[in-house]
Design a protein around this ligand. Structure first.
Ligand code: FES
Length: 156
């Protein structure tokens, strides 16, 4: 872990220790600040804040908005919920993996520009299949549409 990440984690834990805020708020701050939630940060928070590690771990793995692996600059979440699945959402994941040169359907590109992740229902089934890039949701996604969307993010 980078030393600036270690320093950020210490600051966040201290802030939560003083403010008596919820474990969920701490994890949200870690995700927002670091871009992911390192295992070491959970262990440290558990020890300092006297919160069972199992509780922090189950919160960090339950919510789609948290990631325990370092993500690229742009997080591409491909919905694999039922509505998106029946509209061929899984083909989008395969196509993205191929297009971005990933070893598998999911993962992070070698240049750390993109991370592709399969997620459960994003809560907007009526516009399936859905792909979310960072905070923007793209509706009725097709392989052709996703190529043009990707081009925008390749320049950012
Ligand atoms: S199943 Fe994809 S948004 Fe609900």
């Amino acid at each position: 872990m980078k030393s600036n990440n270690r320093s950020s984690i210490n600051t966040l834990i201290k802030k939560h220790q003083e403010g008596g805020r919820s474990p969920l708020a701490l994890l949200q701050d870690m995700q927002r600040t670091l871009g992911y939630i390192p295992k070491e940060a959970l262990k440290q928070a558990s020890a300092v804040l006297q919160i069972p590690l199992s509780k922090l771990f189950s919160l960090a793995t339950f919510y789609n908005s948290f990631s325990m692996v370092q993500t690229g600059k742009h997080l591409i979440s491909v919905c694999h919920g039922t509505a998106c699945h029946v509209k061929n959402g899984s083909a989008l994941t395969k196509m993205l993996g191929r297009e971005l040169g990933l070893q598998q359907d999911e993962g992070t590109t070698a240049d750390a520009r993109f991370t592709v992740k399969k997620v459960r229902c994003l809560g907007c089934c009526s516009i399936a299949p859905v792909v979310k890039i960072n905070d923007t949701v793209y509706a009725h996604m097709t392989q052709r549409k996703i190529n043009s969307v990707l081009k925008k993010y390749q320049k950012k």
